[in-house]
Design a protein around this ligand. Structure first.
Ligand code: NAD
Ligand code: DAU
Length: 343
């Protein structure tokens, strides 16, 4: 029987993907009220959910690690959809501490709150928990692939998945997990690959490509991620993991050249930069279980079209990204400095 939540908490609902899910619920499920719980770190922006009706969405600014806060707000909700995380690999290499706290301790605190108040949890995770694949490996990740995380970020996400599995089995917490591939679309922070290169080009700066540029990511539009999470929350089997992907494998250099073309720039008009330490080579998701069991299908199947719309969105929304751009590039300078000193 389908789960029909009326009152949900979305952690990290002011971030890139969480805010898309909040808008997805408001647009498609008029019976549902959303409480957004977000600490508003550098990655959280209340503008991402601005303009949504006040009787449908309430923002609580706070930390998922704050047990007293959870005791106050969790009762009365049917489910928590858990997006809040430190999400950027490069940051996790320079300073892993916040990743341990939010991604591991924060998930533990939410699980304990779900246990105390009998609330359903959907835990949003990443394909990076499975490590990487060789470029010529015909395999893709499935729900049975062993965990083999490479970075401080992905190891904390893997740890959080393990906690969810243990709390489901030992304490009977009604939980599901999804592991999704790389998202793109509007409202993504300018630290991430696609928005960083688009905004560099708008600024007349050169894009930055790590290593040999042949690393492969499996791109999915964030709206497709949101529809998949809703399907799992409402129809997924308790205790199960579902992989989310849209058959979108592309090398970084191909994606960058498509962005350069959208700006009328030459295919080599970028800087090669030092590789990310431990850089995963290839991610690839087999989403068969999600499609077969829940009948989910992605709506955004044309990557070129989705990328063009994303480029247009950043061109039209400079006021949204401009405040974070200089600080992000400055921070990249410190990360590069940290890596050179380490080497
Ligand atoms: P993001 O960095 O854009 O947003 C994270 C949000 O969490 C921000 O609003 C931030 O303020 C909030 N937050 C951080 N620490 C918090 C805390 N302690 N308490 C409350 N709120 C806190 O991240 P994103 O790219 O939107 O990713 C969201 C989730 O999806 C993450 O769990 C990430 O691991 C997962 N995911 C991301 C991708 C991707 O491609 N970006 C792919 C698969 C899975
Ligand atoms: O696979 C899902 C994961 O995708 C999520 O769990 C993470 O939260 C999300 O950040 C993303 O991780 P990646 O490390 O793959 O994303 P990022 O945008 O940082 O980088 C994408 C690829 O582009 C990666 O191979 C590194 C490369 N890159 C990145 C930047 C920022 C560059 O070549 N140049 C850059 O300037």
């Amino acid at each position: 029987m389908e789960f029909e939540p009326k009152n949900i908490i979305v952690t990290g609902g002011c971030g890139f993907i969480g805010s898309n899910f909040v808008r997805h619920v408001v647009d498609n499920h008029p019976e549902v009220h959303v409480t957004v719980l977000d600490k508003l770190t550098y990655a959280g922006n209340p503008e991402n959910i601005a303009g949504l009706p006040a009787d449908r969405v309430e923002l609580v600014v706070g930390d998922i690690c704050d047990e007293d806060l959870l005791d106050r707000i969790v009762p009365g909700h049917d489910a928590i959809v858990h997006y809040a995380a430190e999400s950027h690999n490069d940051n996790s290499i320079a300073d892993p501490g916040p990743f341990l706290r939010t991604n591991v301790e924060g998930t533990f605190r939410l699980l304990e709150a779900c246990r105390r108040f009998g609330v359903r949890l959907h835990h949003v995770s990443t394909d990076e928990v499975y490590g990487d694949l060789a470029l010529d490996d015909p395999a893709r990740f499935t729900e049975e692939t062993p965990y083999r995380p490479s970075s401080p970020y992905s190891s904390t996400k893997a740890s959080s998945d393990m906690l969810v599995r243990a709390w489901a089995r030992t304490f009977g917490v009604r939980a599901t997990i999804s592991n999704c591939s790389n998202n793109y679309g509007p409202y993504q922070h300018v630290e991430k690959f696609i928005p960083r290169q688009i905004t560099n080009l708008i600024d007349g700066a050169r894009p930055k490509l790590y290593g040999d540029g042949l690393n492969v990511r499996d791109w999915i539009h964030t709206e497709d991620h949101s529809s998949a999470v809703w399907a799992i929350l409402t129809q997924g089997r308790i205790g199960e993991t579902y992989l989310i992907g849209a058959d979108g494998e592309r090398s970084n250099i191909d994606v960058l050249r498509a962005i350069l073309e959208a700006f009328g720039r030459g295919p080599d008009d970028f800087d090669w930069v030092r590789d990310r330490p431990g850089h995963d080579r290839r991610y690839a998701i087999d989403p068969s279980k999600l499609r077969r069991e829940l009948g989910w299908e992605p709506a955004h199947t044309d990557f070129a079209e989705g990328l063009a719309e994303t480029v247009a969105w950043y061109r039209e929304h400079e006021a949204w990204w401009r405040p974070a751009k200089a600080a992000t590039e400055y921070h990249y300078g410190s990360i590069e400095c940290y890596i050179s000193l380490r080497d």
